[in-house]
Design a protein around this ligand. Structure first.
Ligand code: ADP
Ligand code: MG
Length: 735
């Protein structure tokens, strides 16, 4: 047995299991071994049903059956009851005065039940138990797995990330079988042993045994730390390599006179904030020398990143390539107006959605219309160019072929677009500057893709309003220099945020009505698109975009225009709605959070966020950022049905936190699963996210990775690490 062998080479895996494993992207023995438990259950407190005695505090795992509700025959009190069965025996469970409980569970469901054994000898039942639903009975203690375990008190069993069709038990069994077949002897540790020793981390073989079948909680902990380190370490090595690649590549050096840029800035209808000024200066300085810039511009929504992008784009689009490279760049069709200077350096500006790409295109037209600089727009639904030949004050639709031709010959120095920008067919003449707005993976990959046909490495500015904690920044922005826009343009009023609990809606709607009456507009954010799925109990409580829009029109805001916007609409449908909202033909826009970044409607000053408890705080912060665009007082209402004190307290941080970063740190410490913004983008697993809570671990992984990349050629000196990095890269590109 080798790590690269397919599971099916060694085990009989039936079709349902195969399907499920495919979903979890597990094909090889190595995949299986690296499918790590998400947590452990300590079964030292678990009793078998057969062993329960009257008066005991019981914790049992089992399957529910015979659920029903009835009335107690004397008191007529409502009673819900049923049975739990664990393979050893079954026992009755009863809830008094809570008949609805029986409806929350159903026969056949796997549960953990905790409560006191009451009743009388021979008629025992567990009274008013707490019930926790389980996807399956992970590992059943009556099973063979534990029969050799002498001391059950020490037994903890692993719970894996499961999917329909494979259980934790399956993973556990198969990991053990691999151990039995001697897999451990074939494994080589990719992490150099002196690094492991420095941080007191177990080597691979030990760590695998400890993580899949720990005898002690400390062992599991220690193994988890090792794998967390390993995950962050690989990312850091990759970042270090990326940085090196950029540092040796040739780039366009751009020297821009301050005065030249000042003329451009002077035309803005506002003066730049100090932060914006500083950001522009830093970027221009980076432009002026090798290596190519790799910079992240991080600033809350509304902090004015577009103006920074436009100013620096101007510096590039008015610069010429070095003498030797001009060659036939001026060899373009004579039919074009002659005062345009063709063959200047080029800028690619990529936005995450069509709406945003269009919005940037329009902003750029505003900023550049007085200049002989053409601007192109490319999105999935078509291409445009400014200015139009017919009316030089307006943009015009053009064919993709035409646009690409003008980009390729250098006639269009600024190209704005969505993902369509990085299609193979888009070629530049002198691409010198790539701006990425709110994108996944923070730009480095996109720059690589864009620069593919250009000999020189373009400068990169990645922009984000996503506030992330420092440790996460160190990890996923490991190869970028960071500039913060930590100042809002003057005249902005701080947002008033309220947490709205059950029964407080009426007051909220009154306030919003007052604002609508005064001519403002509002967003209502809902967690779902369509009518809730009636089968799912939790779904019932989530408001859907369509249903909520109907309800608001009928019951709350009959006199106002209500529009809807969600991710399942086509780009042109979305566009139409956004346009209507921007032109105030719609007063209230009911939308999902999918449509979340950057959309600019200054007159929209109210945002109601339904199901707020489902979002991370930093995501809520981003959502409310949409209403701080204008100079009117903005309001945010975070609505939750949750009666949990903890949930409400968490949301209240929105009122007190000074900025998005503080909220991001909060999310990191208190997040439920996947609440932290940036996890998906960063490609981190849950274990990796755990690691991010530990600054020391992240810093250690980073410095070790940099050291290794500086002193060695990874591909030849550390082939195992090299191989891992390639696998990770391949996975990232598959998504
Ligand atoms: P974001 O950082 O979220 O991308 P934008 O660049 O879209 O922010 O800017 C938000 C709004 O603020 C725009 O309407 C823009 O014109 C305006 N703005 C940008 N900089 C300033 C400034 N220094 N003073 C006043 N308004 C500004
Ligand atoms: Mg923006």
């Amino acid at each position: 047995m080798k790590p690269s062998d397919l599971l099916t080479d060694h085990f009989r895996v039936d079709t349902p299991h195969q399907k499920a494993l495919k979903k979890l992207k597990i094909a090889t023995i190595e995949d299986l071994l690296y499918h790590l438990p998400a947590r452990y259950e300590d079964i030292s407190d678990v009793q078998s049903v057969a062993g329960l005695a009257l008066g005991q505090e019981a914790v049992v795992y089992g399957r529910l059956s015979g659920l029903k509700t009835r009335k107690a025959w004397k008191s007529r009190r409502p009673i819900a009851e049923g049975y739990i069965e664990d393979g050893s025996a079954k026992i009755k469970v009863m809830w008094f005065n809570q008949p609805y409980l029986a409806k929350m569970y159903s026969d056949g469901m796997y549960v953990k039940v905790a409560g006191k054994v009451a009743g009388s000898e021979g008629k025992e039942y567990i009274a008013n138990p707490e019930v926790e639903k389980l996807d399956s009975l992970p590992v059943d203690r009556h099973d063979s797995i534990f029969k050799n375990t002498e001391d059950l008190d020490d037994t903890i069993y692993p719970i894996y990330r499961e999917t329909k069709g494979v259980t934790s038990k399956w993973f556990y069994h198969h990991a053990l079988k691999c151990f039995e077949k001697g897999i451990l002897d074939t494994l080589e540790d990719p992490i150099p042993s002196e690094i492991l020793k420095r941080y007191n981390l177990p080597e691979l073989k030990t760590a695998l045994v400890w993580i899949h079948s720990p005898k002690k909680a400390e062992h599991a902990e220690s193994a988890r730390k090792r794998f967390a380190f390993e995950e962050v370490f690989y990312i850091q090595v990759q970042k270090a390599l990326d940085r090196e690649e950029v540092s040796v590549a040739d780039t366009y050096t751009i020297k821009t006179a301050k005065k030249h840029v000042a003329e451009f800035i002077d035309r803005f209808p506002f003066t730049l904030t100090k932060s914006q000024d500083r950001a522009v200066a830093e970027i221009l300085k980076d432009f002026s020398h090798r290596p190519a810039m790799s910079r992240l511009l991080e600033g809350d929504v509304g902090s004015g990143k577009t103006a920074v992008a436009a100013t620096t784009a101007y510096a590039v689009a008015t610069s010429r390539p070095p003498e030797g490279m001009r060659g036939h760049s001026l060899d373009i069709e004579k039919t074009k107006s002659t005062d345009l200077e063709y063959g200047n350096l080029q800028v690619a500006y990529m936005a995450p959605t069509e709406i945003l790409a269009k919005q940037h295109f329009e902003s750029f037209i505003e900023y550049f219309h007085h200049l002989p600089i053409q601007i192109g727009l490319i999105t999935g639904s078509g291409c445009m160019k400014f200015p139009s030949k017919v009316d030089p004050t307006k943009p015009t639709k053009i064919s993709k072929t035409q646009l690409l031709k003008w980009v390729k010959n250098g006639e269009i120095p600024i190209l704005i677009g969505t993902h369509a920008l990085i299609y193979k067919s888009v070629e530049f003449k002198h691409l010198a500057y790539v701006i990425i707005d709110e994108q996944h993976r923070f730009g480095t990959g996109q720059r690589k893709a864009l620069a593919k046909k250009d000999a020189r490495m373009p400068h990169l500015l990645s922009m984000t309003a996503t506030p992330i904690p420092r440790t996460l920044a160190l990890t996923i922005y490991g190869d970028l220099d960071i500039t913060l826009l930590d100042e809002m343009p003057s005249g902005r009023k701080p947002i008033k945020t309220e947490v709205i609990g059950p029964g407080q809606q009426e007051k909220m709607y009154e306030s919003v009505k007052k604002e609508l009456k005064a001519g403002r507009q509002a967003y209502v954010i809902c967690p779902r698109i369509d009518e809730p799925d009636p089968d799912k109990a939790t779904a019932l409580r989530l408001k859907s975009v369509t249903a909520e829009a109907k309800r608001l029109k009928k019951d709350i805001f009959p006199e106002y225009e209500i529009g809807i916007l969600h991710g399942k609409m086509t780009p042109s449908e979305k566009d139409k709605v956004m346009k209507q909202f921007a032109e105030h033909k719609i007063d209230i826009l009911v939308a999902t959070s999918v449509v979340e970044v950057g959309v600019n409607v200054p007159n929209a000053t109210n945002i109601i966020i339904e199901g707020a408890e489902r979002f991370g705080l930093s995501q809520l912060h981003q959502l409310r950022g949409r209403v701080i665009r204008g100079t009117h007082q903005p309001y945010c209402y975070a609505v939750t049905d949750s009666k949990s004190e903890k949930t409400r307290d968490r949301l209240k941080a929105l009122k007190t936190a000074k900025n998005g970063f503080e909220l991001a740190e909060h999310d990191l410490q208190f997040r439920g699963s996947g609440e932290l913004y940036g996890q998906k983008q960063s490609g981190l697993t849950d274990l990796g996210m755990e690691a991010i809570k530990n600054l020391k671990l992240v810093e250690a992984a980073r410095s070790e990775a940099r050291g290794l990349a500086e002193k060695h050629d990874i591909a030849t000196d550390f082939p195992l690490i090299h191989h891992k990095l390639q696998t990770i890269q391949a996975e990232l590109h598959m998504e």
